[in-house]
Design a protein around this ligand. Structure first.
Ligand code: T5A
Length: 267
């Protein structure tokens, strides 16, 4: 009598390949969880401000939002981590110098805040036609958790694809300032949070990762980050705001020309 077939044990290698296939599937299916917006659904624009600590992102994020609102744009301005009640609780945990977090936990918490923000705020606002301005997004994870902490990029990419559902920024303004100048601004401001307390070598790795993201080659390999343009962040805040507005006009001349003219006249 023939015996029943014995299920063949899966080898370790087969398990690894199956896992890799699942990651590939996820990366190949940007609409799988429904938050990715096709061009036709994207009535608004999704703009991110990035850069190392002290580059002036938060200052410019607020000034740009004010300048655009002043000429009638519907602007939604949020920051990462945060921007939702759950995200704000995660932010407090992540930035508290008393938090003891493994690098992996840290990466997952940033991704969890991002997942909530995308679904509750960013995707609905982009769909209704708003200008969505986000202070940090996925590129920060690649710079801080990837280059800074040394976590594997493939893992960060997969986790964050799950978090964003494939929703990529339309434009990232990368505020670029020499590290020494940025650190001087931070020291002048006082008390440092958990991330700011990392040593100089960590912040140099972060800085190098941001610099790499400006290249055409890097952006071609990381379409999930969207286009990145560097904006020199030296000089007075007014001058930097002017450069940011020029970058927005270069990308969307019709949408932002009036705002830029009005704002530049008022600076
Ligand atoms: N993080 C975040 C990760 O590790 N992974 C992630 O995925 C994400 C999303 C967030 C931390 O989390 C990390 C990165 C961060 O460490 P945060 O408090 O939001 O924490 O930190 P930052 O985003 O870095 O904000 P900062 O306030 O620290 O830096 P900014 O926004 O670059 O700088 P800003 O605008 O606050 O300015 C800093 C100081 O400089 C002055 C300001 O008045 C202020 O005192 N300043 C200027 N001075 C002179 N000239 C100018 N042009 C100036 N512009 C601003």
């Amino acid at each position: 009598m023939a015996s029943a077939p014995v299920p063949r044990a899966r080898s370790f290698l087969a398990e690894r390949l199956a896992a890799a296939d699942m990651v590939d599937d996820a990366l190949d299916s940007p609409r799988a969880d429904g938050v990715s917006l096709a061009a036709a659904d994207r009535r608004g624009v999704f703009v991110v401000l990035e850069g190392g600590e002290g580059a002036g992102k938060t200052t410019q994020w607020s000034r740009l939002a004010d300048a655009l609102r002043a000429v009638g744009h519907d602007v939604v301005a949020v920051r990462e981590p945060g921007g939702t009640p759950a995200g704000d609780a995660i932010r407090a945990l992540l930035l508290d110098p008393a938090s003891q977090l493994a690098a992996e936990s840290e990466a997952l918490l940033f991704a969890a805040s991002r997942a909530q923000l995308v679904r509750d705020v960013i995707a609905p606002a982009v769909q209704r036609g708003a200008v969505v301005m986000v202070d940090r997004f996925l590129l920060s994870t690649y710079a801080y958790q990837g280059a800074g902490r040394g976590l594997p990029m493939s893992s960060l990419r997969a986790v964050n694809h799950f978090a964003t559902g494939g929703l990529a920024p339309d434009l990232t303004l990368l505020l670029s300032l020499p590290l020494a100048e940025a650190q001087a601004r931070m020291h002048a401001r006082g008390a440092a949070d958990r991330m700011e307390r990392e040593d100089l070598a960590f912040h140099e790795r972060v800085r190098e990762a941001f610099d790499r993201a400006v290249s055409v080659e890097w952006q071609a390999q990381h379409p999930e980050v969207g286009p990145v343009v560097a904006v020199p962040a030296e000089g007075a805040a007014d001058a930097v705001t002017g450069r940011c507005l020029e970058a927005l006009v270069a990308r969307w001349p019709e949408r932002f020309a009036a705002a830029a003219t009005a704002a530049l006249g008022a600076l």
